[in-house]
Design a protein around this ligand. Structure first.
Ligand code: GZL
Ligand code: ZN
Length: 326
């Protein structure tokens, strides 16, 4: 009897070893179970309502899928993101995903991930690397289109006005893809009519405090401004505080266009303090999981996956607010 038990135990050991060895070569025993996959995510920070909604959605999605997520918050510093990516490489995670705080300066660390055979997924923001073999997929919004949508609303809003329309632009983080591209898309559209003039443009770093400080300063030098175009809701909400502190009515004396459509922005839109919001969806968790599972199973993934999103007027915001997820 004793002999039989030892033989059984030994063979069970062998099977489990084979199983684990098989895990290294997915083809042997099919794709890894979600429970065996480990993903390292290097998040930008927690600078805005959009970012916190994006983090929550990613963490909830991974919990639901039963996939282990190692998560880091870089406080909007590129060197912290690079450090986090390096630590994921050392830990030998299956996939690395991150939202690059700025477009430049990633080639070296992405090459290190490639040399370590760890696929990288870009979420939300892009890198300017010429070598697109450094990442398997870029999942996120089309920020140029978002800027164009903002410009199109402005052109429509002022189609009957001939005298100049003076605009202050609140830029996102300097060097970040959404800041570069939202400025580009907006400029493309308003170039159609010389009455539109961006009298001042400055970064508020995507934060509410930044938007308030910059607007206070720019209103002093441009008291007769008509419109504020803000690259995200949070800076727009800061601008509202500055406009009210100057004794003016946001949404009336100065019209405001923002991007994101997070709850606080949508509430200000419903209250008439913002006039138009271009949505930028933070809900990338599900699509990121699909990419991770395909990559781990050795399947092809699309190089560029665009998040679907819309725009909101005041009426549409009032309609949408009750069941807004973020
Ligand atoms: C856009 C995202 C931007 C948001 C900001 O996808 O990168 O960063 O628009 C956030 O709110 O800070
Ligand atoms: Zn770009």
């Amino acid at each position: 009897m004793k002999k039989l038990v030892t033989i059984l135990a030994a063979s069970a050991m062998l099977v489990s070893l084979a199983g684990c060895a098989g895990g290294l070569d997915a083809s042997a025993d099919g794709p890894k179970d979600p429970g065996d996959i480990v993903v390292g995510f290097a998040q930008v920070g927690a600078e805005s309502g959009w970012r916190t909604a994006n983090t929550k959605d990613i963490q909830d999605s991974f919990k639901e899928a039963g996939i282990e997520l190692k998560f880091s918050d870089a406080q909007q510093k590129q060197e912290n993101q690079i450090k986090a990516i390096r630590s994921y490489i050392t830990q030998g995670v299956d996939v690395i995903a991150f939202s690059p705080v700025v477009e430049t300066g990633w080639d070296a660390v992405l090459q290190e991930a490639k040399d370590a055979d760890i696929p990288v997924v870009l979420t939300d923001r892009a890198v300017d690397s010429k070598d697109d073999s450094l990442y398997v997929s870029f999942l996120g919004s089309d920020f140029i289109l978002e800027g164009e949508k903002a410009g199109e609303w402005l052109v429509e809003e002022y189609k009957d006005q001939t005298e100049p329309v003076k605009i202050i632009q609140l830029e996102g983080t300097t060097g970040a893809a959404p800041a570069i591209d939202r400025a580009e898309g907006f400029a493309n559209v308003i170039a159609a009519d010389p009455k539109f003039e961006v009298v001042a443009s400055q970064t508020g770093d995507f934060t509410r405090a930044g938007g308030k400080q910059v607007t206070e300063a720019l209103l002093k030098s441009n008291p007769d401004v008509d419109v504020i175009y803000s690259h995200n809701d949070d800076m727009g909400l800061g601008a509202i505080e500055a406009i009210e502190a100057a004794g003016l009515k946001p949404g009336k004396d100065i019209k405001i266009i923002t991007v994101d459509a997070v709850k606080d922005g949508m509430q200000a839109l419903a209250d008439g303090k913002i006039n138009f919001i271009v949505e930028c969806s933070p809900l990338l968790g599900k699509q990121l999981i699909e990419i991770v599972e395909k990559v781990v199973a050795g399947e092809e993934v699309e190089k560029r996956i665009v998040a679907d999103e819309t725009t909101f007027t005041q009426e549409q915001a009032i309609e949408a607010l009750p069941d807004r997820k973020y």
